[in-house]
Write a protein that binds this ligand. Sequence first.
Ligand code: NAD
Length: 512
Amino acid sequence: MVVPVLLRRTPGTLAAAIRLHRVAVGAPAARFMSTHVTNAACEDHEPGFLGSVETFFDRAAKISGVSEKSLTGIKVVDSVLSVKFPVEIDPDTHIIIEGYRAQHSRHRLPCKGGIRFSDEVDLQEVEALASLMTYKCAVVDVPFGGAKGGVKLNPKKFTPAQLERITRRYTMELCQKNFIGPGVDVPAPDVGTGPREMSWIMDTYRQFNPQDVNAAGCVTGKPVSQGGVRGRNEATGLGVYYGVREFLQFPEVQKMSGLTAEIAGKTVIVQGFGNVGYWAAKFFHNNGAKIIGIGEHDVAAYDPNGLDVEAIFKHRLEKGTFRGFGNAQIIEDPIKIMERECDILIPAALERQIGLKNVKNIKAKLIGEAANGPITPAAHDYLVSQGKVVIPDLLLNAGGVTVSYFEWLKNLSHVRFGRMSRKWEEAGKNKLLTLVEENAGRQLTPQERRAVIHGAEEHELVYSGLEDTMIGACEETRATAALKQTDFRTAALVNAIQKISTVTTQSGQMFL
Ligand code: NAD
């Protein structure tokens, strides 16, 4: 019953592989298809998600100074796995599930990218997301190629037991086709999946590879009890917060947007209140911003006085909707929340949420792409022409893959970050403080002493590594934007393309 379509680029056959790939998965039109939720904001003539990613790539490629030969190799999706398998839903019912995994680039290994459970999943979406992953990893100097997986289903329509069977069966396909492994391809959570699914994936991989001592590194975003790293859950949202905070410091951003440098007091609207949207909202809120609107798939909540993020989260968890929450105004057509007046707009749901149909109504001064691909090329151009600041997905939501990288390192080293050094550092600082006290003639209080000698916990090291990474990548993007006199998305892509080209060129390009 399993119908795999497995394509892999082999030495010297790039063009043939591309041709084969397109033939095997259907006419190009099918690859560029998008469905209703991701079409609402877009005109028919606007490109689909993959077309958008390729359009942005082509613009950056033109000014990257990288050779045509390198560019052709970088742009193409390397390998695609397409499977259909039966799953028993109850003793009398079997359904066929469709799944994909695309590896866009293997210039560095393993490939890395999330697995999405959504009934919007199709091949072009998975390929677009895999391409973005390659560029994203390069932007934040995470040494991975890009990949992405998707299973076409609405997880809300299945019980946990059914979801477990589906996840394990999908993982079995990945194992059999060599599309998973700590040195090959390492999935992570994305829309519709989380730590629970990552646990099932790891456990299944282990059953197939009992001899692999690094098995825990076959997937990231796991619960801490299963080898996950503290801080991964909130990493993407926290990275979004760090990135926006950094951009607000730049004088050119302040000039373009008219915004001041502080987060405190800024009004923020978030679309999508899942993993990324919730954590981003929480970090903005905790740092003094006012979350005035949150959009979900059914309705949006709006309160110009600010929504309490934790309270509205709990309300939605209990009632399944924002309806009935405090003084919040309910907006029945949730996409409209993005058109309200605010300083910062954070699309954190899905791709193609701002297109030619709604872009002229966007009033936010800064748009931070927490989701992948939320703005189409034409809409992006319009926003930039209006002097709005767009911080692109491949930079702003890279916190997730950055901390996934830390988790993978932890799994390969088989030790918690800080375990070997924490007490040693504390002892050293303790001795130093004693000397300082003797010379200063004053004793520190126990609290003061504890605050200074405190050795870093795992989550503190993870936060520190993430903050440093985001600040570095924002600075690099800004510098290229100034050098090339271009927008921040094109600048981030130029940086990515140049870094990937350096890796492939200096490797000798044996297989091109
Ligand atoms: P999630 O499934 O946890 O949350 C998505 C949320 O968006 C859900 O609450 C869903 O109900 C809501 N939603 C769906 N359709 C909507 C619509 N039309 N309008 C408003 N809300 C809608 O997924 P996530 O992990 O938070 O991912 C969100 C986005 O961030 C995706 O584009 C994903 O690719 C991207 N991303 C995620 C990560 C990560 O670490 N999870 C990392 C980088 C990028």
